[in-house]
Design a protein around this ligand. Structure first.
Ligand SMILES: [Zn+2]
Length: 351
């Protein structure tokens, strides 16, 4: 998932970032010091032409002047495959230019610099950010586990209404949440495994969608909106806004600064909503929601403390992903408690 910030503007953003904790996240300072370095730039440009960095050459960089693949049978000349090769070539060039530049900088006594918004991380089996990728996959698994346990609870353990629907009024909304969240973590894992334009857009778009949906959910649950028409009135503006923003990012301008503002605003709003709810509610599991809010805050503090990677593998972003695991666990635990609590209240009423 996409949250990375630069060190210089940290303080000012600290409050805003605290609130960004639940889902979508800005990784969006357009240029990083590493890739603005003229020596690095020249290295990448040269590599894309020659296919080599120093002694090391990459087979993916075999293009003719018109951008077609030079060798291989017809299917290797297909536009899609050529596009894939170009991505591979650019990825390899950037990676090896970064390694060689970082080696030089280290000898001169400089600290590691960020390249294309990321710290110089070592690849493992071609995976660009192995730890962030593994933790995204783990988050996906925790979401799946939370969803399955909720599914079993509402379908097999709690009482049904006479018309065979659940007493709990938010069942369907949580099912959709699970799908939106798992989709976001899936693309996060893909993006951290392989950062190209397409995977970056999918990761950001999915994170925006998740954030928009959790905002909608926060309003519906915290204000106990149970009437269908009222829900539609909340959903319409939120979803219209989120859809417009995603279309704008993907097809008009991938404006990371704007995206940051949009994400922060949506996150601030939903955390304020939950905070009001936890203060005013007498829900038996409201402490779990506090836990989610504080856990999220801790996660973002870790992310803000944007240190260079440890052993070239574990950076602040990876640790941010790690802290989302217990937060997600607590979140689903709250959802299960909520379904039991509401069912109990409603069955008592009907008796
Ligand atoms: Zn991420």
């Amino acid at each position: 998932m996409a949250l990375r910030v630069g060190t210089n503007q940290m303080e000012r953003r600290s409050f805003a970032l605290f609130l960004v904790s639940l889902s979508c996240f800005s990784r969006f300072l357009s240029a990083s010091p590493g890739d603005a370095d003229p020596i690095y730039k020249e290295c990448v440009e040269k590599c894309e032409k020659t296919g080599c960095v120093g002694e090391k050459c990459f087979q993916h960089c075999n293009f003719s002047s018109d951008g077609n693949s030079i060798d291989g049978p017809w299917y290797l000349q297909e536009p899609l495959y050529v596009q894939w090769k170009q991505w591979d070539c650019l990825g390899d060039c950037r990676y090896h230019c970064m390694l060689s530049r970082e080696e030089e900088r280290q000898k001169l006594g400089y600290q590691p610099a960020k390249y294309h918004k990321k710290w110089p991380l070592r690849r493992i089996y071609g995976i660009q950010e192995p730890v962030s990728m593994a933790l995204s996959a783990l988050n996906l698994a925790v979401q799946f586990h939370g969803w399955v346990s909720f599914f079993i609870l509402v379908n097999y353990k709690l009482a049904f209404r006479p018309n065979k629907t659940t007493y709990y009024e938010y069942t369907g909304l949580w099912h959709i949440y699970a799908i939106v969240a798992m989709n976001a973590w899936f693309w996060s894992a893909v993006f951290h495994a392989r950062d190209v334009d397409l995977t970056e857009k999918l990761d950001y778009s999915s994170a925006v969608a998740l954030l928009g949906y959790t905002l909608f959910l926060a309003i519906i649950r915290a204000f106990s909106v149970r009437v269908e028409a009222a829900r539609v009135m909340v959903a319409a503006p939120v979803f219209a806004f989120v859809a417009t923003h995603i279309l704008y990012l993907n097809f008009y301008d991938f404006d990371s600064g704007l995206n940051r503002i949009v994400c922060v605003a949506m996150a601030v709003l939903q955390l304020v909503v939950w905070a009001i709810w936890t203060v005013t509610s007498r829900h038996p599991s409201r402490w779990k929601m506090w836990g989610v809010v504080f856990g999220g805050a801790l996660a973002v503090i870790l992310e803000m403390y944007d240190f260079p990677p440890y052993s070239g593998l574990v950076d602040a972003h990876a640790i941010w992903h790690a802290t989302m695991i217990p937060v997600t666990y607590l979140w689903w635990s709250f959802v299960r408690d909520d379904s039991e609590f509401r069912t109990l209240v409603l069955t008592k009423k009907t008796k």
